[in-house]
Structures are given as structure tokens and as C-alpha cells.
Design a protein around this ligand. Structure first.
Ligand SMILES: [Zn+2]
Length: 392
């Protein structure tokens, strides 16, 4: 009888703690600084006003996951989608976000000022902001930077994987170092950073090379953001940030928002993927493909690729290790969430779409984080950086 009472008591305790974690998650302001749903689906005509069974995000599922603020990534490859050019691609994508907002005025609001961010949160709408992922979209033209800022751009990632004439990317600095004409930010690159500060556009340093990173930190007068990057010391890949970079962001008062992609979280997954993408993978692909045409071969290979990586997907605990690492290195004020949902091919087990954000809160709570710290990680740190950058 005594044991039975003890078990009952423990069960009640567990339910109470689950309830308080749930309450904390939905009360906290959750900000995600990177989602690719615009370029991955909306532009192709997918309507995310309705609940979808494919992809990671839509308005219904964001609500369910407790998301308050979303930076929508505006992205186009280094070669434009059509003859109009990269700047036109960016504008077209902003059009698609404006249309989505116009069609759903009671559920979302597209904003440009900090005051509007706070208002939207209070109204319980999804607060949408524009982040442009790659300086190539301004086509080396300061007037186009101004123009995108006027249309609402509130961060610009200085580079994507491709370098620009004024900033080198992490990919180029690490993998094509000997072919680079310059490294880091040129004088024009520094002018761009200073202009972004004036315009209230956050300097986003995800994707940039280390030299560009340090040049930008030395140039900016405002806190920077890394909209979707993880920790190099846990998973040493070119897109992640090293300890000295994390310390530099903390000194600058900026924030690093953890990317959920399995290949940036888990080194075993990353290694396995590198093998499949290398010569060993090519050998396997050739042997699998005998007798098939290219389209069928690609289909077979893609399935094989996914199946091979499946057992290596990290846990949510691994994701929280990245948050933990930054907290232990520099404190709780410099880390946030930058999922990369709808831009990645693999996510931690259980974190299948945007409805699953509460699992992160649960894991943080399990590790003994205070409610105050959890709120900072979920959104307040990014809000601070927004407030320091935005003009109004
Ligand atoms: Zn990216």
C-alpha cells in the first residue's frame, strides 16, 4: 500500500511538471530565425494557409508548435531562376510572402519595426519578418540593398555558400581557398555592413567564412546574428562556428541560432554523409544503377542515400547539447533557435516538423534550466538583437 501511494505521488508529480513545461512553452515568446518554406514550396504554388501533410511548416502547424515570430528566408541560387536576375528573384519571393499575409490577415502579420513585433505577439498572430539569405541578391549595388530594406528586409546573410565580389563564404574559404581573389570583406563589403547598420538590417553571419566573420564583427556597430548555425566543436563542418567565434559573438552582444540539420548537429551523421557524397558513394551509385536510365537511377540512389543515413539521425538531446555548449562557454544570453525547417533533408528523431518545438523546451527543462533561461533561449535573446538593430 505504501509503495502504491509512492508510485501514485510520483506519477502526479510527473504530470504536474509536464503541465508546467507545456505552459512555459506556450507562454514564452518563441522566435525562429530561419525557415525556407518560401523558396522550397510557396513559390511553387503550395498554399501554407492550410494544414499540409508534406514539408515541415504551415500556419496551422506553427500555431500548434507555439511559434510566435518567424524570419522567412528569401533565397535564390547564385544563378537566377529566370532572366530577370537575382534581385528580381528576391523581390518575387517577398511578393509571395506579402500575398500569403494579405490572404491571412487574422492569423499573421508582416512587420518591420520592433514595436510591430511586440504588437503582433500580443495579438497572438504569427509575426513574419524578412531575412535575405545571400548578399548576391543585391547584385553588387548599394541601391538594391536600400530597396530590399525598404521592402522590409530585416536581416541579410552576407553570403550564402557562394562568395560575392565583396565577401567570401565559409564554403569557399574552406574548400576553394587557393582560387579566391580576395578573402574576407572588401572595402565595399565594409560599406555594406555599415549601411545595413544604418538601415536597421541585422548583419547575419551564418554561411560566411571566418575571415568575413571577423571583418564584419570589427566593422558593425550593432549586435550580429547567426541565423542558422551550430557548434563546430561538437560537429566540425564548415557551416558551424568555432569557440573563438562564439566568444566574439558574445562580446558583440549578438546571438547564435542553432540549426536543426542532422548533418550540422552530429559528426557521425556528417561523416557518413561525406562518404556517400564522395568517391565511395559514386562507386555504389554506379553499381546500383546498371540497366536503369538517369531518372530511375537518381530515384534509386536518393532512397538508398536516405535509408543509409536514417540510423545515424541524431536525438533531440544532441541538438540541446549545442545550446548547452554555448551556454557553458559564454552564458545564456547568446543562443537561440534557427531551425532551417523546410530547407533541410534530415532532422533529429522526433523533431519531424514545426509542431515539435515543445520537445526542445522539455529537454531544456529536463536538464535543469530555469524558466527564465529557457525564455531567453526560445526567443528573448533574438528579440534583444532585433531591438538593438531595428530603426524603430
Ligand atoms: Zn542556409
Amino acid at each position: 500500500m505504501r509503495y502504491l501511494l509512492l508510485i501514485l505521488f510520483l506519477a502526479l508529480l510527473q504530470t504536474a511538471s509536464a503541465q508546467s513545461t507545456h505552459k512555459l512553452h506556450y507562454k514564452a515568446v518563441l522566435v525562429d530565425t530561419h525557415n525556407d518554406v518560401l523558396s522550397s514550396s510557396t513559390l511553387e504554388g503550395k498554399d501554407i494557409s492550410h494544414r499540409l501533410t508534406t514539408g515541415h511548416s504551415d500556419l496551422d502547424r506553427w500555431k500548434e508548435g507555439g511559434l510566435d515570430v518567424q524570419f522567412f528566408s528569401i533565397w535564390t541560387d547564385k544563378t537566377p531562376r529566370d532572366k530577370g536576375g537575382l534581385f528580381k528573384d528576391a523581390n518575387q519571393e517577398i511578393d509571395s510572402l506579402e500575398i500569403l499575409t494579405l490572404r491571412n490577415p487574422s492569423r499573421m502579420t508582416l512587420v518591420t519595426t520592433y514595436k510591430q513585433v511586440k504588437k503582433g505577439i500580443k495579438q497572438k498572430k504569427l509575426v513574419a519578418l524578412i531575412g535575405v539569405e545571400g548578399g548576391h541578391m543585391i547584385e553588387d549595388d548599394m541601391a538594391k540593398l536600400d530597396s530590399l530594406a525598404r521592402r522590409g528586409m530585416r536581416y541579410m546573410t552576407l553570403t550564402w555558400n557562394n562568395s560575392t565580389s565583396w565577401a567570401t563564404s565559409a564554403m569557399d574559404e574552406t574548400e576553394h581557398a587557393d582560387t579566391l581573389k580576395h578573402k574576407g570583406l572588401t572595402d565595399f563589403g565594409k560599406q555594406i555592413v555599415r549601411r545595413m547598420n544604418e538601415l536597421g538590417v541585422i548583419v547575419d553571419l551564418s554561411h560566411v567564412g571566418e575571415q568575413t566573420f571577423y571583418d564584419a564583427i570589427a566593422t558593425t556597430s550593432k549586435p550580429v546574428m547567426l541565423s542558422h548555425s551550430s557548434v563546430w566543436n561538437i560537429c566540425p563542418v564548415f557551416r558551424n562556428v568555432k569557440d573563438d567565434q562564439i566568444k566574439a559573438v558574445a562580446k558583440n552582444g549578438g546571438v547564435i541560432d542553432i540549426n536543426f540539420y542532422s548533418g550540422f548537429l552530429d559528426s557521425t551523421f556528417a561523416k557518413k554523409m561525406a562518404i556517400l557524397e564522395g568517391t565511395e558513394g559514386k562507386r555504389i551509385k554506379d553499381s546500383l544503377g546498371q540497366g536503369y536510365d538517369q531518372a530511375k537511377l537518381n530515384q534509386i540512389w536518393n532512397k538508398y542515400f536516405r535509408d543509409q543515413l536514417e540510423p545515424y539521425r541524431p536525438t533531440i538531446s544532441k541538438l540541446v547539447d549545442h545550446i548547452d555548449y554555448i551556454v557553458k562557454l559564454v552564458g545564456v544570453d547568446y543562443v537561440g533557435i534557427g531551425s532551417d525547417f523546410d530547407g533541410v533533408s534530415s532532422l533529429p528523431v522526433g523533431l519531424d516538423d514545426v509542431t515539435k518545438y515543445p520537445l526542445i523546451t522539455q529537454e531544456l527543462k529536463k536538464r535543469g534550466y530555469s524558466d527564465k533561461s529557457i525564455k531567453k533561449i526560445l526567443g528573448e535573446n533574438v528579440l534583444r538583437v532585433m531591438k538593438a538593430n531595428f530603426v524603430k
